[in-house]
Write a protein of this length. Sequence first.
Length: 266
Amino acid sequence: MYISRPAPDVVALTDAVPVPGIGFLPVNAYVLYAKEPVLIDTGLRASTPEFLEEVRSLVEPADLRWVCLTHPGHAESVLEILEAAPDALLVTTFLGERLLSLERRIPPDRVFLLNPGEWLDVGDRRLKSFRLPVYDSPATTGLFDELTGTYFSSDCFGAPMTTGDLVQSDDIGAVPSSDLVAGQRLWAAVDCPELVNVDRDAFLSRLALLSDLDPPVVLASHLPSAHHKTETLLDTLANAQDAPSYAGPGQAAFERMLHEMEPTRA
């Protein structure tokens, strides 16, 4: 797990998922050092012990007040976090809470519902919840830190990296431009296949809202941090509707992939 400081008052915890035939998908969670400390997303299930250890090294669990989920699928270690941090509340939407309840028992008194357009007061600043132009779950929301301008964009702008080393890049500027564009177009096709059916003018209007905001830092769940590169991100996304649709491997190809992943016996 890679630890970095991509924005004021923010520490990123970065893991990666190897995807055969595609690359390495970054998986980011963030600790925000507000007056009332915030954890944004909860890492990978396979890395829960290490993730909990790293979170404890960054903030005392007793001091953690908010666990914000930008996506129901980013709740891998949420039960362990809530157990370790007895005063923390889980921040999600009503739909997000309902989707989580299908697999996890979270006491209602540990949940705080925050709808898009609403603000969360975390002591020394407010975080605004908003819908994103690209997403794969109707419960997905982003967060905007009004104090620093940091923009937490959940799945939007994600991209698999061609190598594991690139996952730990401190900025997308370290990723070859052609690889970044190809990765983001692929991710948009996988994560939001219905994007091709969205009215183009309406989609571009939604992108323009972020262009007007022009945050100094965009922190995505599945991409290295982007500093002063909002227009670069938006330019790629604006053309995502033109990307070919993604069809995963069939059974024969899947079996070949599994065979390649088998350990070699001496």
